[in-house]
Write a protein that binds this ligand. Structure first.
Ligand code: FMN
Length: 183
């Protein structure tokens, strides 16, 4: 039975890795709907995700919906799982503060399914106490956080903040879907 997975992509240099995540999930037989923030579209194009996911990509809150429900509500209700990878400090801060001002934050806010968040940012941003507090808050609220890795960052420096590997993210997604099935 194919699963409905919503993949949120935010404005991180690691956005290109989300293409590989979508590709793996599609190969496994899932239906993937990608939601991109406007900053994410500065890094990877909508066309790339549309082609790999074989599905329309959501970039705007104010679009004509095929049904009566606004798209973000319909998507959130249909989703078996929502994953945000990569998740920026900005996105994490918005969700932790209850801000829903674009298609992705509105969908996550309306979620009924488990939500997985994979942060990616430079080490100084990641270690900022505000970001750390926001991550802890989301974790306490039941969001599943996939910790970033230590490694070479886009600045060339080695530190913590690199998006977890595609394999790890796909593995966590599959485990979460399995856990949901056996509940
Ligand atoms: C080249 C470049 C790389 C960036 N990479 C990251 C990143 O990896 N993580 C992050 O939190 N912000 C990063 N930013 C900053 C975000 O793009 C910025 O905070 C933006 O407002 C995020 O918007 P969004 O969360 O709506 O996608 C980067 C900005 C630039 C110009």
């Amino acid at each position: 039975m194919p699963k409905n997975i919503v993949l949120g992509v935010t404005g991180s240099i690691a956005a290109y890795k989300a293409v590989e995540i979508v590709s793996c999930l599609i190969k496994q037989g899932n239906r993937v709907t990608v939601i991109m923030t406007s900053c994410a579209q500065r890094f990877v194009t909508q066309v790339t995700f549309q082609t790999i996911s074989k599905n329309k990509v959501i970039t705007d809150l104010f679009v004509d919906s095929e049904n009566y429900d606004p798209e973000h509500v319909a998507l959130a209700e249909r989703a078996d799982l929502i994953v945000v990878a990569p998740a920026t400090a900005n996105f994490i801060g918005k969700i932790a503060s209850g801000i829903a001002d674009d298609a992705l934050t509105c969908t996550v806010m309306a979620a009924r399914s488990p939500v997985i968040i994979a942060p990616a940012m430079n080490d100084s941003m990641y270690l900022n106490p505000i970001v750390q507090d926001n991550i802890k808050r989301l974790s306490k609220l039941g969001y599943k956080i996939i910790e970033p890795e230590k490694g070479r960052l886009c600045t060339g420096r080695v530190g913590i903040g690199r998006l977890a590997s595609v394999e790890k993210i796909v593995d966590v997604i599959n485990k979460e879907l399995k856990r949901k099935r056996t509940k």
